[in-house]
Design a protein around this ligand. Structure first.
Ligand code: KG4
Ligand code: ZN
Length: 368
């Protein structure tokens, strides 16, 4: 069986081909990705209307690219899968519309896939795939969740963020530091040269005893700290006491003129606060469930400090930890084709020839 997968939920257009036979693990034949980050950067975040229009431009050329790369033609495709939600409505409609049009033209069935199920199952595309059951830490730009996963489609929510997602905490803190959009990777890069203990930042809900997260307060703490640093620097250059110079408003103007070491220290301290909460809550989820396997997925799963600290914490507890390949951590078509393949293979779902489509901008994973 050959599945064509199309991802268009946010600011990346991804297309991929995944193949499987009988009960063997599906394999990735080819995938292609176009990131709109450069286009949105000028606006400091994703502009939904621009995202939708760009998906329209990219999706068919990317489809031709993956077919050419794998030496297949559209006629070889058995199922067309697309991201049905969650995500930006207009962006989702592009992928859904194209997938259903292709399905109708080829007389092949289509299947709408849950974006987070794609992330969750993406480690099955790696050289060291996990086995069920496991605890999954889903950390993306829009979601931070801990799930108990007993099989394909068997997802139980253990805890989630009550406000911002971990990726948002990275991005919003990075924006305060003048690092552009999405700032997560840039902040992580600066953090590598900084001292993670330089500034004491809050670890929200760390000791709550439950598996929920809260990251909204962290960005305020980062803002206050950045303003203090700018004020202290100004006072120093004026020969005054830091208390004589008051930060104003919500601006962090002047942060980028601070000594680079100070900027890196704040980046490292911010990253450490986010990572510590993610690691401790993941360990608590393993303890609560009694499971010995952890799967990490979503864009923030690419973070090196997170991987190092999860690896160390898991090694201490003899827990196996699995990640997607680095290039498949952020949004891509491969995970959508893979999730469709695994749902079809498990018999959980069938692809249909009904080409009327809808999208689900909000769609809880445990409602699948
Ligand atoms: O999963 P994803 O590609 O998109 C969503 O479904 O949201 O995740 C994107 C998020 C962004 O917030 C981005 O800043 C973050 O993942 N991210 C990182 C890193 N790479 C991507 N955050 C921290 N460190 C990284 N290396
Ligand atoms: Zn995603």
């Amino acid at each position: 069986m050959l599945v064509l997968g199309i991802e268009s939920s946010c600011d990346e257009t991804g297309v991929a081909l995944v193949q499987w036979q009988d009960q063997a693990m599906p394999t990735l034949l080819s995938h292609a990705l176009y990131s709109q980050i450069d286009m949105h950067q000028a606006f400091g975040g994703v502009v939904p209307e621009l995202a939708s229009r760009d998906h329209i431009r990219r999706v068919l050329p990317l489809t031709q690219e993956v077919l050419a790369e794998s030496g297949r033609s559209l006629a070889d495709v058995d199922v067309v899968a697309y991201t049905r939600g969650p995500g930006l409505a207009g962006a989702l409609l592009v992928g859904a519309g194209v997938a259903c049009a292709l399905g109708a033209a080829l007389d092949k069935p289509v299947l709408g896939v849950h974006h987070l199920e794609g992330h969750l199952l993406s480690p099955f595309l790696s050289a060291d795939p996990p086995e069920f059951p496991f605890v999954a830490l889903l950390v993306s730009g829009g979601h931070t969740q801990l799930m108990r996963v007993d099989g394909v489609g068997r997802y139980q929510l253990l805890g989630e963020t009550i406000d911002d997602a971990a990726g948002e905490a990275f991005d919003k803190s990075a924006k305060l530091m003048g690092l552009g959009y999405p700032g997560g990777p840039a902040l992580a890069k600066m953090a590598e040269q900084g001292d993670a203990k330089a500034y004491a930042l809050p670890r929200p809900l760390l000791k709550s005893g439950n598996l929920d997260f809260s990251f909204a307060g962290l960005k305020t703490a980062v803002l206050v700290q950045a303003q203090r640093m700018v004020a202290a620097d100004l006072a120093h250059s004026l020969g005054q006491q830091p208390s004589q110079v008051q930060p104003t408003g919500s601006s962090t103007a002047g942060f980028d003129a601070l000594p680079r070491a100070q900027q890196c220290d704040l980046a490292a301290s911010t990253q450490a606060a986010i990572v510590e909460v993610l690691v401790k809550k993941s360990m608590l989820a393993l303890k609560h469930t009694g499971l010995q396997r952890l799967v990490v997925a979503g864009g923030v799963g690419a973070n090196r400090a997170l991987r190092e600290q999860l690896n160390a914490a898991c090694a201490k507890r003899a827990v196996r930890v699995h990640y997607p390949e680095l290039h498949l951590c952020t949004d891509n078509g491969a995970m959508i084709a893979m999730a469709a393949a695994m749902r079809l293979q498990s018999g959980l779902q069938q692809a249909g020839k009904t080409y009327a489509f809808d999208v689900k901008p909000r769609w809880p994973l445990d409602s699948l």
